[in-house]
Design a protein around this ligand. Structure first.
Ligand code: FAD
Length: 471
């Protein structure tokens, strides 16, 4: 029997339920990936993420090749065209079953419904699996049989119902029967133009690299995670997010490896490990929000009242924020980190998002899109969740009057100013006592901009705008 595995954001061999199923039920397995610049554009995917995706496709192709599974890359256009492309390949190759791992999002869900229909009409089986989360999306519900919209009770239920069998992910792949098809990746025209400036040696492609990153983090850093996770100059977090976003490693693998080092305990034992697992659960929480409240995927705020907030729009402020020239060193250092590394530290994502939506009072959707356009780990649900949390429009969001002061955040989390110095060379010789908010004459001397706004006034303006929308 011949089957086809349709790869999407699950670019790995291990703990890949679709590939495992195909390998179990068929002698001959084919693989396909639909590459579409149009789809990447539609979802604001970053140039650096596309670069990482292409590199990972090459790596995946090598691994599949070892199993005699040819990977065919097909040029796609809009999401709605995918079904026809898959049907065409399945028919040409006399495929009986198509397997894939589901993705979150409306375009993706519609695409899969359409694919199911066209394949069914041609008597080809189509089966999908959940690999991005531990529980079937939407299956964890409150006592009132509602989807969760608050993290802590969601996590409690998540732990309560956890079954160690979920982590039974080891599978021994054996090579399949050879096909008469060769992989086309070397001749495929990705039509990719690099516009990002990220040093990709910091983000090496491939499943082995992802596993190595995880292992180094869990062996050396997780013990200090609780202490170090908020300090951006310390490389105290895993930086596994780009690999999770493209499915180069699975969340189950992350949890399994973490639990192995904590006697399989979720709530006791090592505080660094339990805290880190919490973060993986946050990821799952936001995916559930997207699944259960599809409006968030359509640009709507979770909190209805916030639809009437009168957002400001100021092109020069927006450009200052985007390029790291707001005159607030910690905000600017973070925004420059985003452009240089394609990644930003979590604490700083909150700081710059709150500065954008509260002090600047700009629409969170503009910032959300800019992050997606530049993040190597761009993940719609986590990004949307993070932006809606910061702008107090989301589930479990920060109350609107809670507004981070970027100078206080800077003194608390970058005490010595080392992160600022790393990303703002203009300030590299400045003393730590003034670097968080340099005096005007020092700014002039260093050619560093004056603040684009007054923190006190802008804070009051934001509180007023939110209060008016709420009443
Ligand atoms: C405004 C904003 C935008 C964000 N956009 C994204 C995004 O596009 N993609 C993305 O993966 N994360 C996003 N996050 C969440 C978080 O900042 C990143 O997941 C984290 O910084 C990635 O670094 P790490 O892998 O070293 O994380 P670690 O601290 O090592 O955590 C491990 C994993 O847990 C998950 N995780 C950690 N924190 C969060 C969180 N707050 N919400 C959801 N999942 C989390 C990630 O998958 C992460 O890789 C955003 C947060 C904010 C506030």
């Amino acid at each position: 029997m011949k089957s086809l595995v349709w790869f999407r954001s699950d670019l790995r061999i291990h703990d890949n339920p679709a590939l495992k199923k195909a390998s179990t039920v068929s002698d001959e397995v084919h693989a396909v990936y639909v590459y579409s610049n149009e789809q990447l554009r539609t979802h604001n995917e970053a140039n650096v993420k596309a670069d990482f995706l292409i590199k990972n496709l090459f790596s995946l192709e090598g691994k599949l090749n070892d199993l005699n599974i040819p990977l065919t890359i097909v040029k796609g256009s809009g999401f709605e065209e995918d079904a026809k492309l898959i049907l065409r390949i399945a028919k040409e190759r006399e495929i009986e079953k198509v397997f894939c791992n589901s993705e979150f999002g409306e375009d993706e869900t519609n695409r899969d419904h359409q694919t199911l229909k066209v394949l069914k009409d041609s008597e080809i089986e189509f089966q999908s699996f959940h690999d991005k989360v531990i529980y079937t999306p939407g299956s964890l519900r409150t006592g009132q049989d509602k989807p969760y919209s608050v993290f802590t009770p969601f996590k409690r239920k998540w732990i309560e119902h956890f079954d160690m069998e979920f982590l039974d992910i080891d599978f021994n792949y054996t090579a399949k029967v050879s096909t008469n098809i060769s992989s086309n990746i070397n001749s495929f025209d990705f039509d990719f133009n690099q516009t990002h400036q990220v040093d990709m040696t910091n983000w090496k492609e491939g499943e082995e690299e992802a596993n190595k990153k995880l292992e180094i983090f869990l062996n050396n850093k997780v013990k200090d995670y609780s202490k170090n996770r908020n300090d951006p100059i310390i490389d105290g977090t895993s930086r596994i997010s780009p690999y999770l976003a493209l499915g180069i490693i699975s969340p189950k693998k992350c949890i399994l490896e973490a639990l192995k080092r904590n006697n399989f305990e979720f709530s006791s034992g090592h505080i660094g490990i339990t805290k880190w697992i919490d973060e993986i659960v946050w990821r799952e929480f936001y995916k559930n929000i997207m699944f259960s409240f599809p409006k968030v995927g359509r640009g709507m705020p979770f909190q209805d009242y916030s639809k009437s907030i009168k957002w400001r729009s100021d092109e020069s402020e927006l450009n200052a924020w985007k390029t790291g020239n707001t005159g607030f060193p910690i905000v600017d250092a973070a925004m420059r980190q985003l452009l240089q590394e394609g990644w930003m530290h979590n604490r700083l994502r909150m700081v710059v998002a709150m500065f954008f939506t509260k002090n600047m009072l700009h629409d969170w959707r503009v910032g959300e899109a800019y992050f997606m356009e530049n993040l190597i780990d761009g993940d719609f649900s986590s990004n949307n969740g993070g932006w809606q949390w910061s702008s107090s429009t989301g589930t479990d969001a920060a109350p609107y009057f809670r507004i981070f002061n970027p100078i206080t955040q800077s003194t608390n989390f970058d005490k010595e100013g080392l992160f600022i110095k790393k990303f703002i060379p203009e300030l590299k010789d400045m003393d730590k006592s003034i670097i968080h908010n340099p005096p005007t004459e020092h700014r002039k001397y260093c050619n560093y901009p004056l603040p684009i706004l007054d923190l006190k006034e802008s804070r009051l303006r934001a509180i007023e705008a939110f209060k008016t929308a709420k009443n």
